[in-house]
Write a protein of this length. Structure first.
Length: 446
């Protein structure tokens, strides 16, 4: 029987497939990717004490830098305002004024854009009160009214860091804040209000990443180009307070893997496969850093904690891979056809079969970097966003600038691990040694 040109090409490619699979099996561990995408490295912004950058009576802060502003509260207490990188949509000139008088435990401060009014943020910032003195049981960070005539509790957590007792609250705007002892009735009223006006958070990823690999033997050389697109939408509808992003995110994820293989420069194989996880979930939590002002700052030399960003982890269970490509194309023979004929051959590229992919997430303001850990030390990093909306979906925290954050994929998760306890408190191991360094206690318990 005469063999058609199409069938001849098919048999030829199948012969080359046998050679290619032998090549993969014989090489053992694949070489590290020769990738146009840099390997993830730590590019987190260093925190700076902006009290040294006084400019015309204000503080000149840059949107892409993390900063801390501090206010002395006597000799043994201090308020630290942690402004992580990315909380501002643009560079700002801020005006910080300590407050005096009144009947609060700590009068506090006023922070506004110089010459303007309230300062709205793209993502939560932190207000931390630290002291080596006594900290009453129901001490709470409070927000002043517009006329400064009364104050209202802000969802607050407590912590103990060595000899320092502390409070931390997450906010999405600045005006005037202080510290006072609140009643249980006030805390219950705040809890009821959060149920009605709390923010829901959406993690959205629509991005691509990939790598190139060269596979060679004594007599043949091949190159694999792998590109993946990740579409993922997860929601956190149970945030413990309006302006915190941490908690459980649930939703769905879809990854499309596009593979092209050449041998000696000629196209040989390809694959386009879609896999999904309809029950995707990630857990996000705030990450803290030890902070103490420079000795020359004149501020109380207390060692405290400040939130610097959010991180998290989870696993994507990519299931039901669907072959989207034809049997053959100008790129060669479909790798899924090869895989069906060589079930034990060891074709091992992400997305071509059901698999579990460990996920880490690191935020920079409202920008989220999601990294999938692959085999052989490879990884893919996708850029997205986290945006909060009020429970009634009528109010959204400042809309994001399109394409913001796309230029930076050089992120690395810290060694911090966090475990949420049944009562809503969080145990933190900051250096990965398995020992709890501190516990974050909410004033409002579940």
């Amino acid at each position: 029987m005469r063999i058609s040109h199409k069938n001849y090409r098919f048999f030829y490619y199948f012969l080359m497939a046998t050679m290619f699979l032998t090549l993969l099996a014989g090489c053992g561990k694949l070489p590290q990717p020769d990738s146009p995408f840099s390997n993830p490295s730590d590019s987190r912004s260093e925190l700076s004490t902006s009290s040294t950058s006084d400019y015309d009576g204000g503080y000149q802060l840059f949107a892409k830098e993390a900063n801390v502003l501090s206010v002395a509260c006597g000799e043994n207490a201090r308020i630290d305002i942690s402004l992580p990188a990315g909380v501002f949509g643009s560079d700002k000139l801020l005006e910080l004024m300590p407050l005096e008088g009144g009947d609060l435990l700590v009068p506090g401060f006023s922070l506004n854009e110089k010459g303007g009014s309230n300062l709205t943020l793209q993502a939560p910032a932190g207000i931390c009160y630290v002291t080596t003195g006594d900290l009453p049981e129901n001490a709470c960070i409070v927000k002043y009214s517009h006329d400064n005539q009364y104050t209202k509790p802000v969802p607050t957590h407590r912590f103990q860091w060595g000899k320092t007792s502390g409070l931390v609250a997450f906010v999405n705007e600045f005006s005037s804040y202080g510290v006072r002892v609140v009643t249980k009735a006030e805390l219950e009223e705040m809890a009821d209000e959060l149920e009605d006006k709390g923010f829901h958070w959406r993690l959205l990823i629509e991005d691509k990443d990939g790598f190139n690999e060269t596979n060679s033997d004594e007599w043949i050389t091949g190159e694999t180009n792998y590109q993946a697109s990740l579409d993922m939408v997860l929601f956190n509808n149970d945030a413990p307070s309006p302006y915190v992003m941490h908690g459980q995110y649930r939703g769905a994820a879809k990854m499309v893997s596009d593979v092209k293989v050449t041998m000696e420069g000629a196209p040989m194989f390809f694959s386009i496969v879609e896999a999904t996880d309809d029950n995707a979930s990630l857990t996000l939590y705030p990450v803290f850093q030890e902070y103490e002002p420079e000795p020359a700052s004149g501020l109380p030399p207390l060692s405290g904690l400040i939130p610097i960003r959010y991180e998290g982890k989870g696993t994507l269970h990519m299931k039901d891979p669907i072959d989207l490509g034809p049997e053959m194309s100008e790129h060669g023979i479909n790798l899924m056809t090869v895989a069906r004929e060589f079930e034990q051959s060891g074709i091992d590229l992400p997305g071509l079969q059901e698999e579990n992919l460990p996920v880490t997430i690191v935020t920079e303001g409202p920008i989220a970097y999601v990294t999938l850990a692959l085999k052989e030390g490879r990884s893919l990093t996708f850029t997205g966003s986290i945006v909060g909306r009020s429970a009634d979906q009528k109010i959204e925290i400042v809309p994001l600038v399109p394409e913001s954050g796309k230029e930076n994929k050089q992120v690395e998760k810290s060694e911090t691990t966090c475990i949420e306890n049944p009562d809503g408190s969080f145990d933190y191991d900051m250096d990965g040694d398995g020992i709890i360094d501190f516990t974050l206690y909410p004033l409002i318990y579940k």
